[in-house]
Design a protein around this ligand. Structure first.
Ligand code: IPM
Ligand code: MG
Length: 399
């Protein structure tokens, strides 16, 4: 009985290894980063998602349209909606991403994505893979970049979460060997590890940051995290002006709460699952996951999204219009930066800080005790147009 179970598990494991080695081959042949300045037209797709997604996506779209008006008019930028990435359609097709939607997504250089529901066991939906995870894999979006800034407290972090490997690479392909034994797998490849660590150091270099912190659990997860750590220090040697250190994920979660130590962290690079967890904690200092945006960067495609879920309960209780769009708008500002519209990205970020963290003329509570997303977005657009925006923003910066 056990022999049979082992033989069948071995066979499945063999197929998984084939898949992963295939990925290594593809990474070996990978092209360099796309250069948007050479494109005649940059195509931006907007995926509303489901739950509160469409309600916040529409506000993010307004902001993008306002900021990219000249390029949209001249044809340099095309903005379009991509329909169908909803839990209903995905359930109907029993696919993380319906094939047609995926094909359409691939016609765009970058996408701005609203949250999408990830079914859990016991939900009325089939147990399909998370659309985020599937998109990251399909489009090879290996760098999940998540900034967290609280200028008033001296917090200015940028997390580089590996986005295609670790515990996620085979997250839906674990094996129930027998009724009593279940096994999951964690993956690290040299190519996958090197490219995320390099992305973190390249950012640090560009942005004048002086420290990159590697976060692992290499004292226990010795093989994969061990590889991450080893390659991290190896790559660090190529960046002499940048200090490199490393922390284990457990003590790192603790140190983020330590007000004296946390301001010393700058750029952090970490495997997928640790990055998932640590960035939710980090976002809490800034006002919660609802305020955090993130970039999923690949060398060819990129996708920008909020880091929170689709909040189906808000929709069920009729509160979708009170959802805070700032997370998705922050993601839009990261998109602008990635596309090379740096000044406009900065302006949008300053306006988000002023409206959401400093001036707070409107408060979002997620219910009718606060403002709607539409009202917040109006406030944001007005703030962005203010002559004294930069001055106001600077007044709040610690000296
Ligand atoms: C995130 C989310 C996803 C993840 C979920 C929805 C699968 O938590 O983007 O951080 O775990 O990556
Ligand atoms: Mg998460």
């Amino acid at each position: 009985m056990n022999q049979e179970a082992i033989a069948s598990a071995k066979e499945r494991f063999g197929a998984l290894l084939q898949q992963q080695l295939g990925r290594v081959e593809r990474m070996r042949k990978e092209q360099d980063w796309i250069d948007f300045s050479t494109l005649e037209t940059i195509r931006i797709g907007i995926l509303g998602g489901d739950g509160i997604g469409p309600a916040i996506a529409i506000e993010a779209e307004r902001v993008l349209k306002r900021l990219l008006q000249p390029e949209v008019d001249s044809g340099k930028v095309e903005l379009a909606n991509i329909e169908g990435l909803t839990i209903e359609r995905r359930a109907e097709e029993n696919a993380a991403i319906p094939a047609q939607v995926l094909d359409e997504i691939k016609t765009f250089h970058v996408t701005l994505k609203g949250p999408t529901t990830t079914p859990r066991k016991g939900d009325p939906w089939p147990n399909i893979e998370s659309a985020n995870v599937a998109l990251r894999k399909e489009l090879d979006l290996f760098a999940n970049v998540r900034p967290v800034r609280v200028p008033g407290q001296g917090i200015d972090w940028r997390f580089f979460r590996e986005n295609t490997e670790g515990a996620y690479a085979m997250g839906s392909q674990g094996i129930d060997i027998t009724d009593d034994l279940a096994i999951d797998f964690t993956v690290a490849t040299s190519q996958g590890t090197e490219r995320i660590i390099r992305a973190a150091f390249e950012y640090a270099k560009r942005a004048g940051r002086t420290r990159v912190t590697l976060v692992t659990k290499a004292n226990v997860i010795k093989t994969t995290d061990g590889k991450f750590l080893k390659l991290g220090y190896k790559i660090a040697k190529e960046y002499p002006g940048i200090e490199c250190d490393d922390w284990y994920i457990d003590i790192m979660t603790a140190k983020l709460v330590d007000a004296k130590r946390r301001t010393q962290f700058q750029v952090m690079v970490l495997p997928n699952l640790y990055g998932d967890i640590l960035t939710d904690e980090a976002a809490e200092f800034q006002g919660g996951v609802g305020t955090a945006g993130s970039a999923n960067l690949g060398k060819r495609y990129s996708m920008f999204e909020a880091i929170h879920g689709s909040a189906p309960r808000m929709v069920k209780e009729g509160r979708a219009q009170y959802a805070d769009p700032s997370s998705m708008i922050r993601a839009a500002s990261m998109m602008l930066e990635h596309l090379g519209f740096k000044k406009r990205a900065k302006k949008l970020e300053m306006a988000l800080d002023v409206c959401g963290q400093y001036e707070k003329k409107l408060v979002m509570t997620g219910r009718n005790t606060g403002s709607t997303g539409r009202e917040f977005c109006d406030y944001l657009l007005e703030t962005m147009a203010r002559e004294d925006l930069e001055q106001t923003w600077k007044e709040y910066q610690p000296s």
